[in-house]
Design a protein around this ligand. Structure first.
Ligand SMILES: [Zn+2]
Length: 251
C-alpha cells in the first residue's frame, strides 16, 4: 500500500493513469520490477538511486512508506482485529496521500477526493447494516458528519473570501471535510466537532510558526491539519465519548 501511495501521490495531480502504465522511473522510464518496489528496502538497497539511470529517488518515497506503516499500526491499535479496521486502513492511507500532495502542491486532487467520497457514501450503509446495532443511527450520524463538517468549512471559506479577500482555504478542503465528517461521524457525530477543534489548534500553531520562520503570509496547506485532527480524534474517540457521558444529563 505504501508503495502504491507513492505512485498515487506522483500521478494523481497530473493526468497520467493511476494503475496503467505500470510502475516506471520518472527520469528514464525504465519499467520497475518487484525488486524495485519492496517498500523502504529497495530504496536502501539501491542507496536512493534508480538502478537503471542512477538518478536520485527522493527520500520522500521511503518516508511515505514508513508513514503508511505507522498509520496502519495506529489503526490496528485502535480497532484491533475487527471488520471496522478495514475501512479505517483505507481512510488513513487516503489521508496520507492527500496530505503529502497538499504539502507539496497546495492542492487536494479531485481524482482522489471524489472517488473516496463516493466509495465512503456507498460503503457506510453496507458496513452499518453488517456491523452496527443501530444501523440507521450510524448512517445518519456519518452523513450528517460529512455534510456538517463540509458545510461549516464552506461558510468559513466564503466569509474569508468576502472579508479577508486573500487566498486561504480552498474547495479541496471542503471536499476533504466531507470525507472526514463521514468517517469521524460514523463513530459518533459529536466527534466531528472535536476533529474540527483539534485541526484548528494544529493549523493555528503551524501557521504562526510558518509566519515567524518565513516572515511571509503566503498560502499554506490546510489538508494535513484537518487530516491529523480527524486521526487524533478517532484514536482517542473512546476516551472522548466516555468523558462526554460523564457530563450532567441536563447539559
Ligand atoms: Zn531511472
Amino acid at each position: 500500500m505504501g508503495s502504491f501511495l507513492n505512485t498515487l501521490i506522483v500521478r494523481a495531480p497530473g493526468d497520467e493513469g493511476i494503475v496503467r502504465p505500470g510502475p516506471h522511473c520518472i527520469d528514464c522510464d525504465a519499467r520497475l520490477g518487484l525488486a524495485d518496489l519492496v517498500p523502504v528496502f529497495s530504496w536502501v538497497a539501491s542507496r536512493g538511486k534508480c538502478r537503471h539511470c542512477g538518478e536520485p529517488i527522493p527520500v520522500g518515497y521511503p518516508v511515505v512508506e514508513v508513514a503508511n506503516l505507522v498509520l496502519w499500526m495506529l489503526a490496528a491499535v485502535r480497532f484491533g482485529a475487527s471488520w471496522d479496521l478495514v475501512p479505517y486502513l483505507a481512510f488513513f492511507s487516503v489521508l496520507l496521500a492527500l496530505s503529502v500532495i497538499d504539502l507539496e502542491l497546495y492542492l487536494l486532487p479531485n481524482r482522489i477526493t471524489y472517488p473516496s467520497i463516493v466509495a465512503s457514501v456507498v460503503a457506510i450503509p453496507i458496513l452499518s447494516l453488517a456491523l452496527r446495532h443501530d444501523p440507521a443511527l450510524s448512517i445518519k450520524s456519518a452523513y450528517l458528519g460529512g455534510v456538517g463538517y463540509a458545510g461549516f468549512l464552506l461558510v468559513v471559506l466564503l466569509l474569508w473570501e468576502l472579508i479577508v479577500r486573500r487566498e486561504g482555504m480552498g474547495m479541496g478542503d471542503v471536499k476533504l471535510a466531507i470525507l472526514l465528517g463521514l468517517w469521524v461521524g460514523w463513530i459518533h457525530l459529536m466527534l466531528v466537532v472535536y476533529a474540527l477543534v483539534v485541526a484548528c489548534v494544529i493549523g493555528v500553531v503551524v501557521g504562526l510558526v510558518i509566519l515567524v520562520v518565513r516572515r511571509s503570509s503566503r498560502a499554506f496547506p490546510f489538508g494535513p491539519w484537518l487530516a491529523i485532527g480527524a486521526i487524533a480524534v478517532i484514536m482517542y474517540s473512546d476516551r472522548i465519548l466516555e468523558s462526554l457521558n460523564r457530563l450532567p444529563a441536563a447539559w
